[in-house]
Design a protein around this ligand. Structure first.
Ligand code: 13P
Length: 252
Protein backbone atom coordinates (compact mmCIF):
# COMPACT_ATOMS: atom_id res chain seq x y z
CA UNK A 1 0.00 0.00 0.00
CA UNK A 2 1.50 3.36 -0.98
CA UNK A 3 1.73 5.87 1.85
CA UNK A 4 -1.03 8.45 1.72
CA UNK A 5 0.43 11.99 1.46
CA UNK A 6 -0.24 14.31 4.40
CA UNK A 7 -0.17 18.07 3.98
CA UNK A 8 -0.13 19.67 7.39
CA UNK A 9 -0.34 23.27 8.52
CA UNK A 10 1.25 24.24 11.83
CA UNK A 11 -0.23 27.60 12.71
CA UNK A 12 2.12 28.04 15.69
CA UNK A 13 1.16 30.99 17.96
CA UNK A 14 -0.96 32.79 15.38
CA UNK A 15 -4.62 33.75 14.99
CA UNK A 16 -7.49 34.55 17.33
CA UNK A 17 -10.52 32.25 17.45
CA UNK A 18 -12.47 34.20 14.84
CA UNK A 19 -9.44 34.48 12.52
CA UNK A 20 -8.77 30.76 12.94
CA UNK A 21 -12.38 29.84 12.05
CA UNK A 22 -12.20 32.00 8.95
CA UNK A 23 -8.95 30.44 7.72
CA UNK A 24 -10.17 26.91 8.56
CA UNK A 25 -13.31 27.45 6.58
CA UNK A 26 -11.47 28.67 3.49
CA UNK A 27 -9.03 25.75 3.74
CA UNK A 28 -12.01 23.40 3.97
CA UNK A 29 -13.30 24.86 0.70
CA UNK A 30 -9.89 24.44 -0.94
CA UNK A 31 -9.59 20.86 0.25
CA UNK A 32 -13.11 19.81 -0.76
CA UNK A 33 -11.90 18.21 -4.01
CA UNK A 34 -8.92 16.43 -2.48
CA UNK A 35 -9.30 12.67 -2.20
CA UNK A 36 -5.98 10.91 -2.48
CA UNK A 37 -4.25 12.78 0.33
CA UNK A 38 -4.81 13.92 3.91
CA UNK A 39 -4.95 17.54 5.02
CA UNK A 40 -4.27 18.53 8.63
CA UNK A 41 -4.26 21.86 10.45
CA UNK A 42 -2.93 22.64 13.89
CA UNK A 43 -4.37 25.89 15.29
CA UNK A 44 -3.42 27.24 18.72
CA UNK A 45 -5.11 25.46 21.66
CA UNK A 46 -7.60 28.27 22.26
CA UNK A 47 -9.10 27.87 18.79
CA UNK A 48 -9.25 24.06 18.58
CA UNK A 49 -12.84 23.48 19.69
CA UNK A 50 -14.22 26.29 17.54
CA UNK A 51 -12.24 25.13 14.50
CA UNK A 52 -13.41 21.54 15.09
CA UNK A 53 -16.96 22.81 14.74
CA UNK A 54 -16.10 24.68 11.53
CA UNK A 55 -14.56 21.47 10.13
CA UNK A 56 -17.32 19.13 11.31
CA UNK A 57 -18.55 18.21 7.81
CA UNK A 58 -15.09 17.85 6.32
CA UNK A 59 -12.34 15.27 6.57
CA UNK A 60 -9.66 17.76 7.51
CA UNK A 61 -7.65 16.46 10.45
CA UNK A 62 -7.15 18.59 13.54
CA UNK A 63 -3.97 18.44 15.64
CA UNK A 64 -2.68 19.93 18.85
CA UNK A 65 0.71 21.66 18.85
CA UNK A 66 1.91 19.68 21.87
CA UNK A 67 0.49 17.18 24.37
CA UNK A 68 1.26 16.40 27.98
CA UNK A 69 2.51 13.04 29.20
CA UNK A 70 -0.20 13.05 31.86
CA UNK A 71 -3.94 12.61 31.42
CA UNK A 72 -4.68 15.27 34.04
CA UNK A 73 -3.16 16.82 37.13
CA UNK A 74 -0.98 19.62 38.42
CA UNK A 75 0.76 20.57 35.17
CA UNK A 76 0.04 24.28 34.82
CA UNK A 77 0.23 25.34 31.20
CA UNK A 78 0.09 21.85 29.71
CA UNK A 79 -2.74 20.24 27.75
CA UNK A 80 -3.43 16.52 27.97
CA UNK A 81 -4.03 14.15 25.05
CA UNK A 82 -7.51 13.50 26.46
CA UNK A 83 -8.29 17.23 26.34
CA UNK A 84 -7.04 17.41 22.75
CA UNK A 85 -9.29 14.52 21.78
CA UNK A 86 -12.16 16.18 23.58
CA UNK A 87 -11.55 19.33 21.51
CA UNK A 88 -11.67 17.31 18.27
CA UNK A 89 -8.03 16.44 17.61
CA UNK A 90 -6.75 13.15 16.29
CA UNK A 91 -3.05 14.08 16.09
CA UNK A 92 -0.48 16.05 18.08
CA UNK A 93 2.78 17.67 17.00
CA UNK A 94 5.51 16.68 19.48
CA UNK A 95 9.12 17.74 19.92
CA UNK A 96 8.87 20.63 17.49
CA UNK A 97 12.23 22.40 17.25
CA UNK A 98 10.69 25.48 18.90
CA UNK A 99 9.70 23.31 21.89
CA UNK A 100 13.18 21.75 21.98
CA UNK A 101 15.19 24.93 21.54
CA UNK A 102 13.10 27.74 23.07
CA UNK A 103 11.44 25.75 25.85
CA UNK A 104 14.20 23.22 26.52
CA UNK A 105 12.22 20.03 25.91
CA UNK A 106 14.42 16.94 26.09
CA UNK A 107 14.23 13.68 24.16
CA UNK A 108 13.10 12.01 27.37
CA UNK A 109 10.19 14.45 27.84
CA UNK A 110 9.22 14.08 24.20
CA UNK A 111 9.29 10.29 24.51
CA UNK A 112 6.86 10.48 27.43
CA UNK A 113 4.56 12.69 25.35
CA UNK A 114 4.75 10.21 22.44
CA UNK A 115 3.77 7.35 24.76
CA UNK A 116 0.84 9.21 26.31
CA UNK A 117 -0.53 10.15 22.89
CA UNK A 118 -0.27 6.54 21.71
CA UNK A 119 -2.10 5.27 24.76
CA UNK A 120 -4.86 7.84 24.15
CA UNK A 121 -5.23 6.98 20.46
CA UNK A 122 -3.85 10.30 19.31
CA UNK A 123 -1.34 10.06 16.47
CA UNK A 124 1.95 11.66 17.53
CA UNK A 125 3.93 13.59 14.92
CA UNK A 126 7.47 13.27 16.24
CA UNK A 127 9.55 16.21 14.98
CA UNK A 128 13.28 15.85 14.59
CA UNK A 129 15.93 18.04 13.01
CA UNK A 130 19.51 19.24 13.25
CA UNK A 131 20.72 22.80 13.78
CA UNK A 132 22.98 24.54 11.26
CA UNK A 133 25.93 24.08 13.59
CA UNK A 134 25.26 20.35 13.81
CA UNK A 135 24.96 20.05 10.02
CA UNK A 136 28.16 21.98 9.42
CA UNK A 137 29.99 19.80 11.93
CA UNK A 138 28.69 16.75 9.97
CA UNK A 139 26.68 15.59 12.95
CA UNK A 140 23.30 15.52 11.21
CA UNK A 141 22.84 11.76 11.18
CA UNK A 142 24.14 11.31 14.73
CA UNK A 143 21.68 13.92 16.04
CA UNK A 144 18.74 12.47 14.13
CA UNK A 145 19.60 8.92 15.19
CA UNK A 146 19.47 10.02 18.82
CA UNK A 147 16.25 12.01 18.44
CA UNK A 148 14.49 9.11 16.72
CA UNK A 149 15.76 6.32 19.00
CA UNK A 150 15.14 8.24 22.24
CA UNK A 151 11.86 9.75 21.02
CA UNK A 152 10.56 6.27 20.18
CA UNK A 153 12.10 4.45 23.15
CA UNK A 154 9.87 1.59 24.40
CA UNK A 155 7.27 2.36 21.76
CA UNK A 156 5.58 -0.62 20.20
CA UNK A 157 3.26 -0.28 17.24
CA UNK A 158 0.71 -2.55 15.64
CA UNK A 159 0.77 -0.59 12.38
CA UNK A 160 2.83 2.22 10.92
CA UNK A 161 -0.24 4.44 10.78
CA UNK A 162 -0.12 4.99 14.53
CA UNK A 163 2.78 7.43 14.30
CA UNK A 164 4.26 10.06 11.97
CA UNK A 165 7.78 11.47 11.87
CA UNK A 166 8.52 15.01 10.65
CA UNK A 167 12.03 15.99 9.59
CA UNK A 168 12.42 19.71 10.09
CA UNK A 169 15.99 20.95 9.80
CA UNK A 170 16.19 23.83 12.29
CA UNK A 171 18.13 25.97 9.81
CA UNK A 172 15.26 25.75 7.32
CA UNK A 173 12.43 26.75 9.69
CA UNK A 174 11.08 30.24 9.04
CA UNK A 175 14.29 31.20 7.24
CA UNK A 176 13.22 30.86 3.62
CA UNK A 177 16.07 28.32 3.22
CA UNK A 178 14.64 24.95 2.21
CA UNK A 179 16.58 21.71 2.20
CA UNK A 180 17.11 20.74 -1.43
CA UNK A 181 15.03 17.81 -2.63
CA UNK A 182 18.19 15.65 -2.54
CA UNK A 183 19.06 16.71 1.00
CA UNK A 184 15.51 15.94 2.15
CA UNK A 185 15.46 12.53 0.43
CA UNK A 186 18.87 11.62 1.85
CA UNK A 187 17.66 12.26 5.41
CA UNK A 188 14.25 10.67 4.88
CA UNK A 189 15.88 7.48 3.55
CA UNK A 190 18.18 7.48 6.59
CA UNK A 191 15.17 7.85 8.91
CA UNK A 192 13.31 5.08 7.08
CA UNK A 193 16.28 2.73 7.63
CA UNK A 194 16.37 3.70 11.27
CA UNK A 195 12.66 2.93 11.61
CA UNK A 196 13.29 -0.47 10.03
CA UNK A 197 15.89 -1.08 12.68
CA UNK A 198 13.48 -0.13 15.48
CA UNK A 199 10.26 -1.70 14.21
CA UNK A 200 9.46 -4.49 11.80
CA UNK A 201 10.07 -3.64 8.17
CA UNK A 202 6.40 -3.73 7.17
CA UNK A 203 5.59 -1.25 9.96
CA UNK A 204 8.52 1.04 9.09
CA UNK A 205 7.39 1.04 5.46
CA UNK A 206 3.97 2.34 6.48
CA UNK A 207 5.20 5.23 8.66
CA UNK A 208 4.81 8.59 6.98
CA UNK A 209 7.83 10.90 7.10
CA UNK A 210 6.99 14.58 6.51
CA UNK A 211 9.41 17.31 5.53
CA UNK A 212 9.13 20.75 7.13
CA UNK A 213 11.12 23.96 6.78
CA UNK A 214 10.16 26.78 4.42
CA UNK A 215 7.86 24.61 2.32
CA UNK A 216 5.92 26.85 -0.06
CA UNK A 217 3.84 26.87 -3.23
CA UNK A 218 6.99 26.92 -5.40
CA UNK A 219 9.00 24.09 -3.85
CA UNK A 220 6.28 21.66 -2.73
CA UNK A 221 6.13 19.67 -6.01
CA UNK A 222 9.83 18.82 -6.13
CA UNK A 223 9.92 17.90 -2.43
CA UNK A 224 6.82 15.70 -2.70
CA UNK A 225 8.33 13.94 -5.73
CA UNK A 226 10.99 12.36 -3.49
CA UNK A 227 10.49 8.68 -2.75
CA UNK A 228 10.56 8.96 1.05
CA UNK A 229 8.93 12.38 1.43
CA UNK A 230 5.35 11.52 2.37
CA UNK A 231 4.08 14.96 3.19
CA UNK A 232 4.86 18.45 4.39
CA UNK A 233 4.63 20.20 7.74
CA UNK A 234 4.15 23.83 6.81
CA UNK A 235 4.43 26.96 8.95
CA UNK A 236 4.25 30.39 7.31
CA UNK A 237 2.75 29.24 4.00
CA UNK A 238 -0.06 27.45 5.86
CA UNK A 239 -1.40 30.73 7.19
CA UNK A 240 -2.42 31.96 3.74
CA UNK A 241 -5.22 30.27 1.85
CA UNK A 242 -3.59 30.79 -1.58
CA UNK A 243 -0.26 29.18 -0.73
CA UNK A 244 -1.76 26.36 1.36
CA UNK A 245 -4.25 25.70 -1.44
CA UNK A 246 -1.34 25.19 -3.85
CA UNK A 247 0.47 23.00 -1.31
CA UNK A 248 -2.47 20.67 -0.76
CA UNK A 249 -2.86 20.46 -4.55
CA UNK A 250 0.80 19.56 -5.07
CA UNK A 251 1.60 17.66 -8.28
CA UNK A 252 4.37 15.11 -8.50
P1 13P B 1 8.04 27.36 8.10
O1 13P B 1 7.26 26.65 7.03
O2 13P B 1 7.49 28.73 8.42
O3 13P B 1 9.52 27.37 7.80
O4 13P B 1 7.85 26.52 9.46
C1 13P B 1 8.07 25.16 9.42
C2 13P B 1 7.61 24.57 10.69
O5 13P B 1 8.19 24.80 11.74
C3 13P B 1 6.42 23.69 10.66
O6 13P B 1 6.26 22.99 11.84
Amino acid sequence: MPRRPLLAGNWKMHLTISEAKKLASSIAQSAADVQDRDVMISPPFTALAAVAETLSDTNIILAGQNASWAAQGAFTGDISPLMLKDAGCSMAILGHSERRHIFGESNDMINKRVQSCLSTDLVPILCIGETLEEREAENTFRVLDKQVRLGLKDVSLKTGNEIIVAYEPVWAIGTGKTASADQAQEVHAFVRNLLEDIFEKNIATEIRILYGGSVNAENVDVLMAQKDVDGALVGGAALKTESFDRIIHFQS
